[in-house]
Ligand binder design. Structure first.
Ligand SMILES: [Zn+2]
Length: 220
């Protein structure tokens, strides 16, 4: 299960990994908490609707089992009651019983990402009855690296060489969110990042994560 703040964060952060899970036969569920475009200057209601349609298409391209588009206010998630956000995430965890959860890094420059990340951490507490064995934080180009003292130190690398093209196809659906190079949310920069994360781990293309916890319940 992927918990993202805005439509496009799921593809930027772990689109190649989602496609890998799908090709391995895993059911992937995506929960997007807030509207993306609304908080931006000049953005209209129509932009928000266009983004929701883009999210459905992008996730269909990736082959996810379900995508839920919640309607928290974009760029205002820090005004929400965190217990409400945590409980919403918990209800999706109960419904989908994921073994692996991908969440926002809690140190991003975007406040919605911080709230989404922290509430996912709270929802994924490793209590005895949880289904979640592994919690990983993804990075989002144009937010994670822009935090002045970014503490994002990836220690988990997933080979997305075989699925990188699919990630980029899914990203095309989010044309509204893409920028011209050298903005980090440009196609070129996203390709460079995947290449650099890959090179860090001896792979052509990779997505990088920080591990929160990984619980081995095999008993051996
Ligand atoms: Zn975002």
């Amino acid at each position: 299960m992927v918990v993202a703040a805005h439509p496009d964060d799921e593809v930027l952060g772990c689109g190649g990994t989602i496609a890998r899970h799908v090709s391995a036969g895993d059911d992937v569920h995506v929960l997007i908490l807030a509207e993306g475009a609304v908080g931006r200057r000049g953005a209209t209601r129509a932009d928000a609707e266009e983004l929701r349609a883009a999210a459905r298409q992008a996730n269909e391209l990736l082959g996810v089992r379900s995508v839920t588009l919640h309607d928290y206010p974009g760029q205002r998630m820090d005004s929400l009651d965190r217990l409400d956000v945590t409980q919403l995430i918990e209800s999706h965890l109960e419904k989908n019983a994921p073994a692996v959860v991908y969440a926002h890094f809690w140190g991003d420059v975007n406040a919605d990402h911080v709230v989404a990340g922290e509430c996912t951490i709270a929802a994924c507490r490793p209590v005895p009855q949880t289904s979640v064995q592994r919690l990983l934080f993804f990075e989002v180009a144009s937010s994670t690296e822009w935090a002045p003292k970014s503490a994002f130190q990836p220690n988990w690398f997933i080979d997305v060489t075989a699925t990188f093209d699919r990630k980029m196809q899914a990203l095309q659906e989010y044309e509204l969110e893409l920028r011209a190079f050298p903005h980090p949310r440009s196609e070129e920069a996203i390709r460079y990042l995947a290449g650099w994360r890959g090179a860090t781990a001896g792979l052509p293309f990779a997505e990088a994560f920080m591990l929160s916890h990984n619980i081995d319940r095999s008993g051996c």
